[in-house]
Design a protein around this ligand. Structure first.
Ligand SMILES: [Zn+2]
Length: 259
């Protein structure tokens, strides 16, 4: 998760277990804008085989969207849009659900927004991020009736727009949301945890690490200037926060801790 950062440094912030695993979240967003009920990313779902689920020690292997959406008085059928940031299995597995030995779209009536370049890359990934795709899952996504392939930054609704990044994997999307509390940003795997706010802390399987550094630098500068609320897709302790400059670093404040 931290690339060139040595373990003696990262373990100050992330304790690992005896199998060298650290605790991470799979954080999704529900956005409601007018008639749109939008889900950002879909987590593992149940498309992941039991061996892999055990290897990553999934804490809630029975997660399903029917239960997860109940507190919002929504059903998966009422989801109008699903934004898939990229096709790494921990971000898209939940778009299909296995029922009675059959794979079905989880969101029967939703448009599935994905960048065309990422879709093509997933068919033939580099050896660096090949382990993050599951071929069967990519094939099932390709057959979803609602799949809508995009070319570059796009507005999904008047308040929800997509930005594209190339460092982690080609055309990863992140999501900007205009809210009454200001601009919110779902940073996906560009800034997966708060420790990744440090420009040198990047995932070892980023395809183009120096592009990640530059993309982070530019986007975090903008986040400071526009006082964005940043949502972290994988941080187990912190859901979101705002950024300020402290000397030559980005410093988080106004955090919302995970419960
Ligand atoms: Zn990823």
């Amino acid at each position: 998760m931290f690339g060139v950062v040595p373990r003696v440094v990262w373990q100050r912030y992330h304790q690992s277990d005896q199998l060298n695993r650290i605790r991470l979240a799979l954080r999704l967003l529900l956005i409601q804008d007018g008639n749109h009920n939008i889900i950002v990313d879909a987590g593992f779902g149940n498309a992941v085989n039991p061996t892999l689920a055990e290897r990553v020690n999934l804490s809630d292997p029975n997660f399903n969207f029917t239960t997860a959406l109940q507190p919002y008085q929504l059903t998966p059928e009422q989801i109008t849009d699903v934004i898939i940031t990229h096709l790494h299995f921990d971000h898209c597995g939940g778009v299909v659900t296995k029922k009675n030995n059959q794979w079905l779209p989880t969101f029967a009536n939703a448009k599935i927004w994905l960048q065309r370049e990422q879709f093509l890359w997933a068919q033939e990934p580099s050896s660096k991020d090949a382990g993050s795709f599951i071929a069967n899952l990519t094939n099932m996504v390709a057959k979803l009736p609602g799949l809508a392939l995009l070319q570059g930054p796009t507005n999904i609704t008047p308040h929800v727009s997509l930005l594209c990044y190339q460092g982690h994997t080609p055309s990863q999307q992140t999501v900007l949301i205009q809210t009454e509390a200001g601009i919110a940003w779902y940073s996906a795997d560009l800034v997966p945890t708060t420790t990744h706010l440090n420009l040198a802390w990047n995932m070892a399987y980023d395809n183009k690490p120096l592009e990640t550094v530059e993309e982070k630098r530019q986007t975090l500068e903008r986040a400071v200037q526009e006082n964005w609320i940043i949502y972290f897709a994988h941080d187990a302790q912190t859901i979101s926060g705002r950024l300020r400059r402290h000397e030559n670093k980005f410093q988080l404040y106004d955090q919302t801790p995970a419960t």
